[in-house]
Design a protein around this ligand. Structure first.
Ligand code: FES
Length: 398
């Protein structure tokens, strides 16, 4: 009995498949030769999972002499669910450029629920960059901004991570741990104990110091240890977040989470190796792109001062833009006022995945988040690719 059913099923399947093939052939034969500028599948996906949200600025306050916290309420009715450690990508039109930059959410998930839901980002302006400068100078309470939904893989996961957490932070890398500290203090992280080792140069550089210290004073499950590298009169920990300091504040079974500058990541990673911390106990946020690409291993000497032409293909449109060798392909595209879908801006998420049709790029190993097959088939992440020649690149239509 079962055999006859399976044979009958196979014949039915074969008949169905051949009808579909014939139908497709007819569709191809009768289709227009003019390309359809619309991507219908993408339109449907966008309707089901919107790629962007709008948010209204409701408060701006100082988080340090060089940092500000921006509070937002949703412009779309609700704030999507997020986890401590995730980020939103703020998108801004500055002059002719369309720029976007990721910022970790510094408020807690529980604050995005309840009667007056909000979320916050904390932005540091210690070097001249277009996006922080613009946020500080031009964004005011009442303004409405646009950005991505919360995104990112850097969060505590109860099935995988220990409840004893040591956070290793540097500079504005404190923001995901601010979110986590608030969540732990409100009993929302299943009995976790959080110790934050926060490295800064001087006391004035500490971002969100008052809020961190207030939580640390009130909640026995959150401890904040400031480690200062250039403050001779500091009475707390001094120097860098070394192997000895990490060991001093670690428990028997600790999960380490890192967010901070690229140089600090390398230092901390080495210290954890020396402490024989297994890889499964070390979680880190996206490693920032290198500041000076010409110093990276394997970068061809003398290329960094050149300028190249990039032909950017979007559907049936083609634009030719200039690109400095020192900037990523994504930054060159944004600077030219062409919108490109980005989230992490450091090579990890794959959101900007594009097809390199011709030319060469340099991709640092530390920021190469491509799958092996993508590398072989000529796909790149423009946010972590630097031009080495004139390029032709096909980017997704937004
Ligand atoms: S924006 Fe994440 S890989 Fe390019």
């Amino acid at each position: 009995m079962s055999k006859s059913i399976s044979v009958h099923g196979l014949i039915k399947d074969a008949g169905g498949a051949s009808r579909i093939v014939n139908k497709r052939r007819e569709s191809y034969a009768s289709a227009s030769s003019v390309p359809d500028p619309k991507d219908h599948i993408r339109e449907l996906a966008d309707a089901l999972h919107p790629a962007k949200m709008t948010f209204k600025v409701t408060d701006i306050r100082e988080a340090s002499p060089t940092s500000r916290t921006f509070r937002f309420e949703s412009g779309d009715g609700h704030i999507p669910v997020f986890q401590c450690g995730q980020y939103v990508n703020i998108r801004l039109k500055i002059g002719q450029s369309v720029l976007s930059r990721p910022y970790s959410i510094s408020s807690a998930p529980y604050e995005a629920r309840g009667e007056n839901p909000f979320f916050e980002i904390t932005v540091r302006r210690n070097v001249p960059y277009l996006v922080p400068d613009y946020l500080f100078e031009n964004v005011h309470v009442g303004d409405v901004l646009e950005g991505s939904l919360p995104f990112g893989n850097f969060y505590w996961e109860p099935m995988r991570d220990s409840k004893e957490i040591v956070a290793l932070a540097g500079g504005s890398g404190i923001t995901p741990f601010m979110s986590m500290a608030k969540e732990v203090a409100h009993g929302k992280m299943q009995g976790c104990k959080l110790t934050i080792l926060y490295g800064s140069v001087k006391a004035n550089d500490i971002v969100l110091k008052d809020e961190l210290d207030a939580i640390s004073a009130e909640c026995p499950d959150v401890k904040v240890v400031h480690v200062l590298s250039d403050e001779p009169d500091w009475e707390g920990e001094k120097g860098f977040i070394s192997k000895d300091i990490i060991a001093k504040y670690s428990g028997e079974d600790t999960t380490y989470m890192f967010c901070g500058p690229r140089a600090m990541f390398q230092f901390v990673e080495k210290a954890l190796k020396e402490l024989n911390v297994p890889g499964r106990r070390f979680r880190h946020d996206v490693v920032n792109n290198p500041g000076d690409i010409s110093k990276m291993p394997g970068y061809p000497a003398g290329t960094e001062e050149k300028t190249f032409k990039i032909t950017v293909v979007r559907g049936i449109h083609e634009d030719v833009i200039d690109a400095a060798a020192r900037e990523t392909v994504a930054v060159a595209i944004e600077r030219a006022g062409i919108a490109i879908d980005t989230h992490c801006h450091n090579g990890e998420c794959g959101m900007c995945r594009s097809h390199l049709l011709s030319g060469d790029v340099y991709v640092p190993e530390s920021n190469d988040g491509r799958r092996m097959m993508d590398k072989e088939m000529g796909w790149i992440h423009p946010c972590s690719s630097w031009p080495l020649s004139d390029l032709k690149i096909k980017i997704p239509i937004m």
